[in-house]
Design a binder for this molecule. Structure first.
Ligand SMILES: C[S@@+](CC[C@H](N)C(=O)[O-])C[C@H]1O[C@@H](n2cnc3c(N)ncnc32)[C@H](O)[C@@H]1O
Length: 200
């Protein structure tokens, strides 16, 4: 059996994120997670939200680890990963009533972030909800010096990465029928931004 990958930060932030998802996803039935990473979050959130079917996804290189979490969790509502690179992916229209993604927007290039919003707008049902967790800039400012330093370290590793402006994400949302309805401050200077898909 493959060893389950483990990220300390995902263990730490999982509880506070789950508290928010209990609110945001309380009346939802089918969630797509984009960039499931280790698979830890999916296992924890599917266990904590048993009324939801949790669809994991990521680029193929992460599937072994995600599958290890899926199979060891033995949860009926946790589904093995879809092969999903937002740069090339196409998903069926209106097939989920919720989308979750964590710590992806600053890792993806801005082109990939644009494609992620397009994909989310396409695959969500009307009134569907998109929750995106991570660090954001607001009004052109980092909320802490540590996030400014994190941004610098990301950009020095790969110039296409970097902490995104919430205003830019909102514009991408608006272009894809998604209006932001909430912003939660989270531990360690992170946030969860929540967009709803407007009816046409
Ligand atoms: C920092 S990890 C976060 C993983 C997990 N969501 C978490 O919070 O622990 C970034 C994730 O984004 C995924 N990712 C990066 N580029 C992507 C793309 N173009 N399409 C889909 N996923 C992508 C990576 O494979 C990885 O799983």
């Amino acid at each position: 059996m493959t060893e389950k990958p483990f990220a300390e930060y995902a263990e730490r932030n999982g509880g506070p994120i789950l508290d928010i998802l209990r609110n945001e996803f309380s009346d939802r039935s089918r969630v797509l997670e984009i960039g499931s990473g280790t698979g830890q979050h999916a296992a924890r959130f599917a266990a904590g939200l048993p009324g939801l079917k949790w669809q994991t996804s990521d680029v193929d290189e992460n599937h072994l680890g995600i599958n290890a979490w899926v199979s060891s969790s033995r949860l009926d509502n946790l589904l093995p990963p879809l092969s999903l690179n937002v740069l090339g992916a196409d998903l069926p229209v209106a097939s989920y009533d919720a989308v979750f993604s964590s710590n992806t927007a600053h890792i993806m290039s801005i082109e990939a972030v644009e494609k992620m919003f397009r994909l989310v707008g396409r695959t969500l049902l009307e009134d569907g909800v998109f929750c995106l967790y991570g660090p954001f800039r607001q009004n052109g400012e980092f909320n802490t010096p540590s996030n400014a330093a994190f941004d610098e370290s990301l950009r020095s590793r790969d110039p296409s990465m970097g902490i995104r402006d919430l205003e830019v994400l909102d514009q991408l949302g608006e272009a894809n029928q998604l209006s932001r309805v909430r912003l939660y401050a989270m531990p360690a200077n992170n946030h969860i931004a929540v967009w709803h898909k407007r009816p046409r």
